[in-house]
Write a protein that binds this ligand. Structure first.
Ligand code: PLP
Length: 381
């Protein structure tokens, strides 16, 4: 454990593990753009060889994320989906993965449209149904149990500890896509996860100016070694400029996520009993079916994501969506600016997302402006 690891996570993040640029003493890290490195003569290699393998700029962000998640190692990727696909590429024909029915649609697309053609089997179970999970895991065949919590966009909260117990009994590893929670609100490894996945595009970066992904391992393992090989040989690395932006974003992670969680809670409470809203899906509300799990598992807030089911069905939801002015009508989430999206029309025909649902990514604006904008939007319906 280095000096910096003794400090609490918010301190580690603010100071990027206390790393100081060695050539100048700069408190902002340098970017190392080199794609290749001069090799020493015999015995053969420098620490760095080629930036498809490793680069000092990746390592700073990787080390900070490893520490924030309480893992043993991390790898950055060129997108969240590149990280997700790497997990699947680490499997072999005949292996099976259990996925929740509501999961980020890109993961569902990779499973159904791409990886099933490689002989990998996928079993979908209803989010939160532990009996269904226990029935779905096949000892010796199921390699991964995939959780996404809170889920995109229905906000189901998976009980990581309970799911991990079921998965581990069957010899499967547990992957948690913790994009919505971020390490500020949930530390899946402490709850039994073997690998944590992030779309770094979202809360980790926080400024909507990077596409990035990450995996964090609880401990070294042959599977993790395989994933290192997949990144090295298949090549979905992030690149030094983006890694630098990601690290810069992570330094304000705690501040942003706490502010976003507060704003989201205020919005959820405001619209909970609103006549134009059928249902607010937010794990911080007592009315949320997974509230008890969320209270146990999420610390310091319930996140900046919520979904609204608009009274009047799809047409009403689409009209309210289009009437937003301050909320930007755009995909993605986790940035400092608030966004809103009608997921069912984005995801297409096999989407399990209700058609009256609008997904809201709450930013750090003044919450009274956000409430007023949504009030106007639902009035337009
Ligand atoms: N996982 C979740 C929960 C997401 O919301 C997203 C994107 O929205 C991804 C993974 C994919 O991340 P990226 O867009 O960085 O590939």
């Amino acid at each position: 454990m280095t000096e910096e690891h003794r400090y609490r996570p918010a301190t580690q993040a603010a100071q990027a593990l206390g790393w100081v640029e060695p050539a100048t003493g700069g408190v902002a890290p340098a970017i190392y753009p080199a794609s290749t490195y001069v090799r020493q003569a015999v015995p053969g290699r420098t620490k760095y060889l080629y930036s498809r393998d490793d680069n000092p700029t990746y390592e700073q962000a990787e080390q900070l994320l490893t520490s924030l998640e309480g893992g043993s190692a991390a790898m950055l990727f060129s997108s969240g989906m590149a990280a997700a696909a790497t997990l699947i590429q680490g499997l072999s024909s005949g292996d099976r993965v259990v996925l929740p029915e509501v999961v980020y649609w890109g993961v569902r697309r990779v499973a159904k449209d791409i990886a099933s053609g490689w002989g990998i089997g996928f079993d979908f179970v209803p989010n939160g149904d532990l009996d269904a999970l226990a029935r779905a895991v096949q000892p010796g065949r199921t390699r991964l149990v995939w959780l996404e919590t809170p889920s995109n966009p229905t906000m189901a909260v998976a009980d990581i500890e309970a799911c991990a117990a079921i998965a581990h009994r069957a010899g499967a590893l547990v992957v948690v896509d913790s994009t919505f929670a971020s390490p500020v609100l949930t530390r899946p490894i402490e709850l039994g996860a073997d690998i944590v996945m992030h779309s770094g595009t979202k809360y980790l970066n926080g400024h909507s100016d990077v596409i990035a992904g990450a995996l964090v391992a609880k401990e070294p393992s042959p599977f993790w070694e395989k994933l290192i090989a997949v990144r090295r040989y298949a090549g979905a690395v992030l690149g030094p400029f983006e890694a630098w932006l990601l690290l810069r974003g992570m330094r304000t992670l705690f501040l942003r996520v706490r502010a976003q969680s507060e704003n989201a809670m205020a919005l959820a409470r405001h619209f909970e009993d609103h006549p134009s809203i059928l249902h607010v899906l937010y794990p911080g509300l007592e009315s949320h079916p997974d509230h008890a799990i969320a209270r146990r598992q999420m610390t310091g807030g319930f996140g900046g994501m919520l979904s609204l089911r608009i009274r009047g069905g799809e047409e009403a939801a689409l009209r309210a969506w289009g009437a937003c002015q301050l909320f930007k009508v755009a995909t993605s989430l986790g940035g400092v600016e608030s966004l809103i999206e009608h997921r069912a029309s984005i995801e297409g025909a096999d989407s399990p997302v209700p058609k009256d649902l609008l997904r809201v990514s709450v930013g750090i604006e003044d919450v009274q402006d956000l409430i007023a904008d949504l009030e106007n939007a639902v009035k337009a319906v």
